[in-house]
Design a protein around this ligand. Sequence first.
Ligand SMILES: Cc1ncc(COP(=O)(O)O)c(C=O)c1O
Length: 260
Amino acid sequence: MTTAAGKPVNGHANALNGNHEHVSAWHQPGPAAYDFRSDTMTTPTLSMLHAISNTTLLDDVVLEDPTTNALEAHVASLTGHEAALLVMSGTMGNQVALRTHLVSPPFSVLCDHRCHIVNYEAGGLSMISGAQTLPLVPSNGHHLTLEDIQAHAVISDDVHACPTAVISLENTLNGTVNPLSNLREISTWARSHGIKMHLDGARIWEVASSTHPNAAGSLSDFCNLFDSVSLCFSKGLGAPIHLSSSAANPSSNAAASARC
Ligand SMILES: Cc1ncc(COP(=O)(O)O)c(C=O)c1O
């Protein structure tokens, strides 16, 4: 295996040089260390290899794997939600969470027009959940506000309507922060209308650890405003996995079914 410049990468260098001393690729900065195309270019670290080799190997479907159970419990406690579910990718986290909210068609999902679920999930929402999307352009050019949402959400029992069942927001979105105070307003309004709130929080860690005034709030401050949150360990963090957390246990059981 070679780099674009034709140089052997990682442990392959030794083998190709006739030196058979084993140097694991995990011991060196991975190929993602200098790849700035996206934080999705991410390489597992040596400590992750140790974690993998020390993991338990019991069955997660019957909830008997201690490592998975501990990780899910840890994420549930970080987010302030009742339960979390291990899934294999960010796309899967979003789709599983949204599927659990979308139970009685017809329904629509309101979101920002730039979001991942509309642009980069292969139309999964229409295929898997049969939902219509309502992608909005923020009137302030930055993030959706309650006014944007009130102007477009469908709240109607008219037989011709496709009511808004979920507001799905992404934070960060293309590196921008949707402020906590704004999300609080949207969440309060959504809940008063029986509309579920989903957060694509692939990078919510970065919002919660930011010092920007818009981001002032802890992880659980943000997550508590949502009925489900999808959190990613693979964006610059090196893990090939993802967790979806849910505010209430019943929907977590539904999420486990949707994951199947
Ligand atoms: C905001 C956001 N959500 C979800 C995903 C999907 O993650 P995955 O590639 O693990 O399916 C990405 C991937 O880049 C993302 O940027």
